[in-house]
Design a protein. Structure first.
Ligand SMILES: [Fe+2]
Ligand SMILES: [Fe+2]
Length: 151
């Protein structure tokens, strides 16, 4: 993908890296879910920790650089604007904090987690994944291709 030089030299992450981040976030989250289902609790939490770290760095790059660029260059002309993307980020952060808290309580408990607790965690995880998938699809379908257009 060709990117405007002015963008790549200022951003901590290229547009290609944004796509790669989305893919690795999907893999890490899948690993978290599979480990959870197999009751490999330490592995589940490790995968979720890595996912959360990846998401935090990724969101920072988008909030600080790419979304302002998108706003400056395209405003609302692509069907949605910066406000929507930023508010989705805040929602993702909030839901992830809650999910992480719920996962920590279950995965670090000394006694085996009751099946119902694991089930509730999986349900919360799937709801969260729906929000993230929707957001990433919006970025991959509209924001990233737009930003890759020559300035
Ligand atoms: Fe995003
Ligand atoms: Fe993203």
């Amino acid at each position: 993908m060709t990117e405007p030089a002015a963008d790549t030299c200022q951003s901590p992450r290229s547009l290609e890296q944004l796509r790669d981040d989305h893919a690795s976030e999907k893999q890490l989250f899948q690993r978290f879910l599979e480990a959870l289902i197999d009751r490999r609790m330490t592995e589940a939490l490790t995968a979720l920790d890595a996912f959360a770290e990846n998401v935090a760095e990724h969101i920072t790059a988008e909030d600080d650089f790419w979304i302002p660029q998108f706003d400056r260059r395209f405003g609302m002309t692509r069907g949605f604007g910066a406000t929507l993307l930023l508010s989705e980020h805040r929602l993702i952060e909030k839901l992830l904090r809650e999910l992480h808290q719920q996962a920590r309580a279950i995965c670090t408990s000394e006694s085996p987690a009751p099946a119902v607790d694991i089930l509730l965690l999986i349900e919360a995880a799937l709801r969260f994944r729906g929000v993230v998938d929707h957001h990433q699809e919006r970025e991959e379908r509209v924001m990233i291709p737009a930003l890759a257009e020559p300035a």
